[in-house]
Design a protein around this ligand. Structure first.
Ligand code: NAD
Length: 480
């Protein structure tokens, strides 16, 4: 489909999802949804209110005892049906994400629609297992679901971020109120369509769309929400932690990153650079785990910069529905403006422009920023320290492994990272020294069952797999 020739009909959603029904919101406010590739309004959802949050939390609370008492095998059967209902919508999910976020359709199909299905599949199996119990001396230690979960999610992977919370929460026996990002709410509606089709018990998953300051704050501050599971910026995570602290509610925070890709002198450089550039530019750089700092041994630095420039030249910007497009727009005009500000600041700080930059050609409309690479980036500079959340890569040289580790750890973040070496023991040794929640050695595959989360200001707690299910539990010790 060529968006310029055939703008889609408005995708209008009028309801909240509460206690198993599509219901009217408390008042008639709406939020427009934009196609960032064109700037056109393509849809609309209700702007929820604190009164809507109250109703949703009450529905989740009412559903909690029944869902918590449901046998693991039955919960797994529900999740299995949810998986089937979502799989039946995979094409619609990919198209919706391409429309409201701008992810190129091919990538949207593989990652935006495919990854949540993989994650959910793994959770079906985990949900079937009864929570592990342990004898410790004269204690029986049991795990119980924490209760009602408030899930607040961002726009960059609009279904994955939701499934990464909702599926493990349900597997643990919790009930959920979901507030998706106001920039990409239409994808979340597809999940609720699947929840309805799968026949999950009423109130187990509830949806209140709306803005962060209104619906997000009401959910985070709600006295009957037991755990707030949040993915988004570190600034918002800090605010949510403050709100939850007032009532000593638990929080799980998946926040920002500034991850280092450490390329040692003996690495397979063409592969390390190609994969590294692909990782940094994935989803137009709007990926929390993006390896946005490429650290290269001085002996290979010049060679690496040539390879980086050649790799970036292959990323064609354009219409997300055009199969030739490799990079879509940024999610919004504000996000594009923020990213351009980071580029200007890096130039002012003396970084050397290797590709892209403010004068690179762009499509005539839409919130595009050219893929941009800077070399000789000082490890303390703003570009090396601040999360850009756009297609901007900082390349930094190092003299030896100790310096590489020091630069990698010179960050207030610690979410992800990578290390490349022909010597896998040397690579593993560096991986162990990196203060970060995930490290990929020599381009190893993403593992959807591995714990995911950050050190330092990248967050609190872990998502995905068995550790992700444990996040939604309380421990009880019964002495006998
Ligand atoms: P954001 O923090 O602006 O918004 C995230 C969510 O929080 C949205 O639903 C928003 O409406 C809501 N929100 C905003 N203000 C709120 C408030 N005061 N109270 C309650 N809720 C509020 O983040 P974003 O712009 O949507 O996403 C980009 C950020 O998310 C980046 O910093 C990125 O690194 C981070 N991120 C982290 C991960 C991870 O797993 N660690 C994954 C994806 C994105």
């Amino acid at each position: 489909m060529d968006l310029a020739d055939a703008p889609p009909a408005l995708l209008v959603r009028r309801h909240l999802h509460l206690a198993g029904d599509w219901v009217d919101p408390a008042d008639g406010g709406t939020i427009p949804v934009e196609n960032p590739a064109t700037g056109e309004i393509i849809g609309q959802v209700p702007a929820g209110t604190p009164a809507d949050v109250d109703r949703a939390v009450a529905a989740a609370r009412a559903a909690f005892p029944g869902w918590a008492a449901t046998a693991p095998a039955d919960r797994a059967a529900h999740l299995d049906r949810l998986h089937a209902a979502l799989a039946a919508r995979a094409d619609e999910v990919a198209r919706t994400v391409a429309l409201e976020l701008g992810t190129p359709l091919k990538l949207a199909t593989r990652v935006q629609a495919g990854l949540p299905l993989t994650v959910l599949r793994g959770l079906v199996d985990l949900a079937a297992r009864p929570a592990a119990e342990q004898e410790v001396g004269n204690s029986l230690v049991v795990r119980e679901p924490v209760g009602v979960v408030g899930a607040i999610t961002p726009w960059n992977y609009p279904l994955h971020q939701v499934v990464a919370k909702v599926a493990p929460a349900l597997a643990a026996g919790c009930t959920v109120v979901l507030k998706p990002s106001e920039l990409t709410p239409l994808t979340a509606y597809l999940l609720l369509d699947a929840v309805t089709e799968a026949g999950l018990p009423p109130g187990v998953v509830n949806l209140v769309p709306g803005t962060g300051p209104v619906v997000g704050e009401a959910l985070a501050a709600h006295p009957d929400v037991d755990l707030v599971s949040f993915t988004g910026s570190t600034a918002t995570g800090r605010r949510i932690a403050h709100l939850a602290a007032d009532r000593i509610a638990r929080v799980a925070l998946e926040l920002g990153g500034k991850s280092a890709n450490v390329i040692l002198a003996d690495a397979d450089l063409p592969t390390a650079v190609k994969v590294g550039v692909g990782n940094a530019l994935l989803n137009s750089g709007q990926t929390c785990t993006a390896w946005t700092r490429m650290l290269v041994h001085r002996d290979r630095y010049a060679e690496a910069l040539d390879l980086v420039a050649a790799a970036v030249a292959g990323y064609r910007l354009g219409d997300p529905f055009d199969p030739a497009t490799r990079l879509g727009p940024l999610v919004s005009a504000a996000q594009a403006q923020r990213v351009r500000g980071h580029v200007d600041r890096a130039l002012a700080d003396g970084a050397r422009l290797v590709a892209g930059g403010p004068d690179a050609p762009l499509p005539s409309r839409g919130h595009f920023v050219a893929p941009t690479v800077f070399a000789d980036v000082h490890p303390d500079s703003a570009l090396a320290q601040e999360e850009v959340f756009g297609p901007v890569l900082a390349v930094i040289p190092f003299a030896d492994t100790d310096e590489a580790v020091a630069i990698a750890n010179n960050s207030r973040y610690g979410l992800a990272g990578a290390v490349w070496s022909a010597d896998s023991d040397a690579a593993l040794a560096v991986a162990r020294r990196m203060r970060t929640g995930q490290v990929d050695v020599n381009g190893a595959a993403f593992n959807p069952l591995a714990p995911f989360g950050g050190y330092k200001q990248s967050g609190l707690g872990r998502e995905l797999g068995g550790y992700g299910v444990e996040e939604f539990t309380e421990l009880k010790a019964i002495q006998r």
